[in-house]
Design a binder for this molecule. Structure first.
Ligand code: F3S
Ligand code: F3S
Length: 124
């Protein structure tokens, strides 16, 4: 299981990760219909080749390099990354439902500005 996008992406969607990913496994891209509506972006776990280029590209440190390194408060979003499929409305809705549940369950983190959320993960 490869890299995982977590909640600092919510409200940020910087897109720099998409621009550096060599295998185009981060979605939705800006040129995909779902981009505007998506709460965050997702890494397709079967397509990611663990190259690591996305991690330093993200200005809010939203990306962890494995499921194991993903903090406990963010583990629910592992599944959101796994189920999201661009162009599949059912999968998109499923991923978004997971994200909405995460936001409801972690109102404390959502109250922290996105740029400071990764630091808050470490404390939680
Ligand atoms: Fe792409 Fe990041 Fe995986 S750049 S290949 S999503 S580690
Ligand atoms: Fe999100 Fe960071 Fe990519 S904010 S869109 S994971 S560059």
């Amino acid at each position: 299981m490869p890299f995982v996008i977590t909640d600092p992406c919510i409200g940020t969607k910087d897109h720099a990760c998409v621009d550096v990913c060599p295998v185009d496994c981060i979605h939705p891209r800006k040129d995909e219909a779902e981009f505007e509506q998506a709460s965050m972006l997702y890494i397709h776990p079967d397509e990611c080749i663990d190259c690591g280029a996305c991690v330093p590209a993200c200005p809010v440190a939203a990306i962890y390099d494995s499921v194991d390194s993903t903090p406990s408060t963010q583990q629910g979003l592992v599944e959101a990354n796994a189920v999201y499929r661009a162009g599949d409305s059912g999968a998109v809705a499923k991923a978004e439902a997971i994200v909405k549940a995460h936001m409801a369950a972690h109102a404390d983190l959502m109250a922290v500005p996105p740029a400071e959320r990764a630091a808050a993960h470490a404390k939680g």
